[in-house]
Design a protein. Sequence first.
Length: 85
Amino acid sequence: MVAFNYTITDEVGIHARPAGMLVQEAKKHPETITLKTAKGSADARKLLAIMALGVKQGDEVTVEVSGENEEETAKILQEFFSANL
């Protein structure tokens, strides 16, 4: 398992549009991708689960990736978070 932390910089947090983009990105990879916050955790392939976390600007999210190409996928997701969240 590979994990990284990211502090959300988007003014609105993880709302519908970026959450949908995250789900689309997660579905490109066979690895298990989990988002963890102080409020709970969610499968990155499940839009409603991500939205239910209620992540706001300034919240820290831990992204855990486990599977065959976990390090490469984690790097891709770090770039995604930096560009979109």
